[in-house]
Ligand binder design. Structure first.
Ligand code: AMP
Ligand code: MN
Ligand code: MN
Length: 337
């Protein structure tokens, strides 16, 4: 695994790919399924940048149901968003954001191979290396860091709309500037974004501190059933819980309200590894893995067809929740014993 970012040749190829386009050429932007703040923020921030350069046919989409999680529904650039079915069928350029593997593109993966040029902007160490121009920087705290660098190389000046998108992406992927990758460069980028006039307090309230009452009750119930296993993960401890579609239905909540459920779970001091298993379809589970530092959870995720980073990773599991957790427990034991 290398931590080196894009080469000068890769940056030049990405800039040339954009500059070779005519103003009316169709450009399709795609981010990962079940989009989060970084996926949407980096994609829409970059898309707005393209419109500032005069490109008129920029569309942005993601695979699956066309439902933007509540906190991100008012992002600037949302006018560029279209449902998967309305994505350009034959675009001149495809750019993908925050996508570690083609499987995260669902039914849109074919768009990539069909386009003459596909630019991949990402920061997952587990990125599988697809696309014709790869801007993958595992040392970047968010895909928006890569997006901002490409915008700068294209001569796009940051304005408040672009900045808000990139800030939301940066704030979500760094856990509000808490995680390990929160470097001097991250704070410098945040400073440049804030200098455009955006209001971090207001944005943070909207993104992080605004959920329906029912979401709190649901979260309480799911946290109430968490299990601590001090002996798991080679004695480093594991804490886990799960949420079903029936839980969501009982509390009349949208799936996105559980996107941050891992945060209270991973705060448990007695466990290095935390696991949240969320049902996304009957018998299909989105598995979130976190480590405080002792365990590389991306190894577990990648072995199950998922991906992520050393301390934050995920995969899709099948069967019963308990079976999925059994698999994680067994894989951790294999890695650590
Ligand atoms: P999450 O737990 O959903 O917040 O995801 C944590 C990290 O793991 C993020 O970097 C995701 O991109 C990555 N990740 C989560 N689920 C998957 C998956 N099914 N396939 C690949 N990467 C994933
Ligand atoms: Mn993401
Ligand atoms: Mn990301």
């Amino acid at each position: 695994m290398t931590l080196s970012g894009p080469t000068p040749e890769q940056w030049a190829a990405a800039v040339a790919a954009v500059r070779s386009l005519g103003a009316d050429d169709e450009i399709q932007l795609i981010c990962h399924v079940n989009p989060d703040g970084d996926a949407l923020g980096s994609m829409l921030g970059f898309g707005l940048g393209l419109t500032r350069l005069g490109y008129t046919r920029v569309r942005a989409t993601f695979p699956g149901e066309f439902a933007v999680p509540g906190p991100y529904s008012a992002l600037p650039g949302s006018a560029l968003l279209v449902p998967e079915a309305e994505a350009w069928t034959d675009p001149r350029l495809v750019a993908v954001f925050d996508v570690a593997s083609e499987s995260r593109l669902g039914g849109l993966a074919g768009r990539l191979t069909a386009a003459p040029v596909s630019v991949v902007l990402d920061h997952h160490a587990s990125n599988t290396g697809f696309g014709t121009v790869r801007l993958v920087d595992p040392a970047a705290a968010a895909t928006s860091v890569v997006a901002e660098q490409l915008l700068a190389r294209l001569g796009v000046r940051l304005d408040a709309e672009i900045a808000e998108c990139l800030y939301v992406a940066l704030a979500t992927d760094t856990g509000s500037f808490k995680f390990d990758m929160t470097t001097v460069a991250v704070h410098e980028l945040a400073a440049r974004l804030i200098a455009t006039g955006i209001r971090p307090g207001e944005i943070s309230r909207r993104i992080f501190d605004s959920k329906p009452f029912g979401a709190m009750k649901l979260t309480g119930e799911v946290i109430g059933r968490a299990v601590l296993e001090p002996g798991a993960a080679g004695g480093r401890g594991m804490v886990w819980t799960y949420a079903t579609l029936a839980d969501l239905e009982r509390h009349a909540q949208q799936p996105y309200v559980l996107d941050t459920l891992i945060d209270p779970v991973r705060s448990v001091a007695e466990a290095d590894v935390s696991v949240v298993v969320r049902e996304v379809a009957a018998g299909e589970w989105s598995v979130s893995l976190r480590s405080k530092g002792a365990v590389d959870v991306s190894g577990v995720a990648v072995s199950q067809g998922g991906g992520g980073h050393r301390l934050a990773a995920g995969f899709t599991g099948y069967g019963e929740a308990a079976q999925v957790v059994d698999t994680v427990r067994r894989l951790l034991d294999e890695y650590l014993n």
